[in-house]
Each structure stands twice: as C-alpha cells, then as structure tokens.
Design a binder for this molecule. Structure first.
Ligand SMILES: NC(=O)c1ccc[n+]([C@@H]2O[C@H](COP(=O)([O-])OP(=O)(O)OC[C@H]3O[C@@H](n4cnc5c(N)ncnc54)[C@H](O)[C@@H]3O)[C@@H](O)[C@H]2O)c1
Length: 447
C-alpha cells in the first residue's frame, strides 16, 4: 500500500466558479448557505452524508466520509467566480427559478454579497448566449493571463492559500482534439495566435492549473481534457477532473446497463428522450452545443456493455439520445428511457423509465463533493487526472490507452477504496469463504 502524507485542511478554501450566475451554481450556493444556517441537510452529498466501511463486516465500523478523511468544512469555503452578466447571485438565482421564494429569502444577504468577475467569453463557442460583462484582450494568451490575475487577487483579498476552480458554465460547441491541444508549447503558441480550436473553457482551465488550482469540468466541453493541460497539471502537481456532471438520465443508465450485463440479458435498443426548459436547455438547442452533450451521453453504453466481448448480446443495438428545449418545464427536466432487451431463447422484453427530476438539485451536491475531494487530492499530492472521481461524471477523464470506468458500482468501489488507501486502511474486495471475509493481503488479488 502506498503511504500518503495528507496536509491538514486548515484555514479557508477558495472556490471560484465559472458560470457563477447559472442555475447549478446559484442552487449550489443557496444550498450551502442554508446548510450552514442549519436550515437543511446536505442531501445528495456523499462527502457530507455518506459513510465508508472500515475493516471486516463483523467490525461494524462505518464512519462518515467527512469524519474519516480530512476534508475542508463547508463552513470554511469562500466563494467567487466569473459570468458574462453582472448581476449578483441572488438576482441570478431568482432568474434561474430553481428554488422557491422562501428558500431564497433565507439566504438573500449571502447570495447578494457574491458577484461575478468579468468573463472570458466568445459567442462563437456558445451560439445561444450573449453578455457584455466580458474581458477584452488582443490574444487568448492575454485573456488567460487576466484570469490568472483574477485568481491571484481573489487569493490575496481573502487571505487564501488554496483555491479550487469549477467550470459550471455553458456547454460549448463540439471541438475535436487537434495538434494545438497536444503539447504545452503548441497550446501556448496557439493562445498567442488566437487559434480557433482554443475555447474560453480551455483558457480558464489553463489559467487555474498554471496557478496551482485544481480544476473540475462539470460540462461536456473538451476544456481540461487535452494532453497540453493534463501535462501541465502533472508538471504543476495539480489534480484535474471531468467531464460533465452525472446527474439524471446517465446516472440511471450506468446502473441499468451493468445490471443487464451482469445477468447476460441482451439489448436491441435504447432510446433516451428529454425535455427541459432552463438556459442550459436553450444552449443545448444549438446543434453545435448539443453535439458536445450527445457525444458525452452516448459514450456510456458501449464502454459498459463491451460488445467486442459479448457479440451475441450487444453488437447490434440502436442507441439514441435526444434533448428537446421545452420552456414550460424550466429546470424540471423529464427524461424517458425506452429499453428493448431480450432474454432466454431470445424472447423480447421492455423496460420503461420516466424520471421527473430537477437538474440543478441533482447537480449541486455533486459540485460540493467534487470541490472537497479535489482539494483533498491536492493536499495528498495526487496530481493529474483523478479517475477515482469518475463516479460524478458522465464522461470520466481517463489516462491514455485505457477505457473510462462508467459502471456506477465499480466507480463507487474505486472511490471508497481510494479513500481507504489514503488513510492507510485495507481496500475492501468483498471476497469471502464460508462467511469469513479475508483481507486483501491474504488474497493478493484485487485490482
Ligand atoms: N444537472 C445539470 O444541471 C447538469 C448536469 C450535467 C452537466 N451540466 C452542465 O453544467 C453547466 C451549467 O449548467 P446550468 O444548468 O447551470 O446552465 P446555465 O445556463 O444556467 O448556467 C451557465 C452559466 O454559465 C455562464 N457562462 C457561459 N459561458 C461563460 C464563460 N465563458 N465564462 C463565464 N460564464 C459563462 C452563463 O452566463 C450562465 O450564467 C452546463 O454546461 C451543463 O451542461 C449540468
């Protein structure tokens, strides 16, 4: 087992959010303030409410994750961020219409006190948005430098040693990885030449990592998932994680698909449809932004079902994902999944799932967990891509030459075993004979 030396959290942790005035961000902030005031429980947050089993089943030892690993307290988070509109977070939360008046009234002052900094924004990358609260600069490199200055100033103004940066901004148009993304040198050059394949979200990621701040990408944007920034993160010893918060339909997909595979049930087709009416839905109504989201949502099934191994069951299924902008629903997304499966002697069966969810209510606790875990990773000297955080992402970033892990159960085991390892506890394999669980050392066969 590797020995980790974890620096104690101590002091305040800065949280800079890109897209500070969005639905997810303002719902997250309002929730944090309500929890701090004892008005609500942090429901949906693994770090705050989850437990981790330590030792044998018979030991009956299940500490809360926040008591087991040294996480920053949510009372010690300091918030800031960027947006393309100048309004404070209270006005933005009202616009987002996720939370009711009563919940917003409870935290009005706290939300009003948070205002964004000017954004780095270019409408060519998010066609359905425009805003005038944006930075000016001759080159992308200059704009990136301005973001670095913002991070520095935020740290100084709040006497902070550590800052985590989260992208909760809009989904940008689909960008494929090109040569400009491959090395730090090419990327630096590209920023100076205003290369069109460098999007604003990449500039935030580059600035954060350059400043030694862990970066989390909650959208499906290519953003931090390019070799140039991965290399920079390793060089600067900074953790990074992404992409795309796994909240609704994909969360369910990554539970149902492993179940089908575990029981060797075949799949003929999976049709996933959605209606939503928030600003994210409006942005995704543009074909360029939708393609970015579609790629993220489609990648899940093939990786879990492994058609190359199970040709008879999974080599010929039809998979479709649709997102329809439907304003009356606001943030209350409705998703339908129609799943055509087959069993013994090839007899067909159908599974229908209708999830009436709330987009930002599901995303907010994930944002909290990712911030706290990314900071823990930083203090534990874990650098580069944090695959153990795959549980929270639709399209988890992964090292080259290996496939991502999408299966929710494996992701959860991976996360909890990482926490155990960080604290020098034995990983749990669930192996046992005659009802007696053995330690990994006895078996030496876990992966
Ligand atoms: N359940 C979920 O809500 C969910 C799940 C997975 C991923 N996401 C992703 O999270 C992101 C946020 O979702 P949302 O519902 O809050 O969307 P939103 O449209 O309400 O918020 C996005 C915010 O980003 C701002 N923005 C856009 N470009 C920016 C830039 N370059 N710099 C600074 N600010 C910028 C916008 O002005 C807006 O305030 C989206 O990319 C979405 O796809 C959301």
């Amino acid at each position: 087992m590797k020995n980790y030396e974890i620096q104690k959290p101590g002091g305040k942790l800065g949280v800079l959010i890109v897209g500070l005035n969005g639905a997810v961000s303002t719902t997250f902030l309002a929730g944090i303030f309500a929890v701090r005031k004892g008005l609500s429980l942090p429901i949906g947050s693994l770090t705050q409410m989850g437990t981790v089993r330590i030792g044998k089943r018979s030991d009956n030892h299940f500490p809360r994750i926040k008591d087991f690993v040294p996480l920053n307290s949510i009372d010690d988070l300091v918030f800031g961020g960027w947006d393309i509109r100048e309004e404070n977070c209270y006005d933005a939360a009202k616009y987002a219409k996720v939370l009711n008046e009563n919940d917003l009234n409870n935290v009005t002052d706290e939300l009003k006190s948070i205002k964004p900094m000017k954004a780095v924004f270019d409408q060519n990358y998010v066609k359905r948005l425009n805003g005038d609260f944006v930075k000016k600069g001759k080159t992308k490199h200059e704009l990136m430098q301005q973001l670095r200055d913002d991070i520095e100033l935020f740290k100084e103004a709040n006497s902070l040693e550590r800052v985590v940066v989260v992208w909760a901004g809009s989904t940008e148009i689909f960008i494929e990885q090109k040569d400009v993304h491959k090395t730090i040198e090419a990327f630096e050059e590209g920023m100076k030449n205003n290369d069109p394949d460098i999007s604003p979200s990449m500039l935030y990621a580059y600035a954060a990592v350059s400043e030694g701040a862990p970066f989390i990408n909650g959208s499906p944007n290519l953003c931090v998932d390019i070799p140039a920034i991965v290399d920079l993160a390793i060089k600067k010893e900074v953790p990074i994680a992404g992409k795309d918060f796994k909240t609704g339909q994909t969360l369910i997909k990554t539970v149902i698909a492993p179940m089908l595979k575990m029981r060797m049930l075949g799949l003929n087709g999976w049709f996933s449809d959605n209606i939503l009416g928030n600003r994210d839905g409006e942005v995704l109504d543009d074909p360029g932004s939708f393609k970015t989201k579609e790629e993220s949502k489609l990648s899940v099934l093939n990786t879990i079902l492994q058609p190359e191994l199970y040709k008879e069951l999974y080599s010929n299924y039809y998979h479709k994902v649709r997102i329809n902008y439907y304003p009356p629903r606001g943030d209350n997304k409705e998703g339908w999944d129609n799943i055509d499966i087959f069993g013994w002697l090839g007899y067909p069966m159908e599974l229908k799932i209708n999830f009436l969810c709330r987009d930002s209510i599901l995303a907010a606790p994930i944002m909290l967990d990712l911030i706290l875990f990314a900071d823990l990773a930083q203090r534990s000297n874990m650098k580069g891509i944090q695959e153990w955080l795959s549980l929270f992402f639709k399209s988890p970033m992964h090292s080259e030459n290996i496939v991502p892990e999408h299966d929710l159960f494996i992701q959860s085991m991976k996360l909890k075993n990482t926490l155990r390892e960080l604290m020098n506890e034995m990983p749990i394999t669930h192996l046992d004979t005659n009802g007696v669980e053995h330690s990994v050392e006895e078996y030496e066969c876990y992966d």
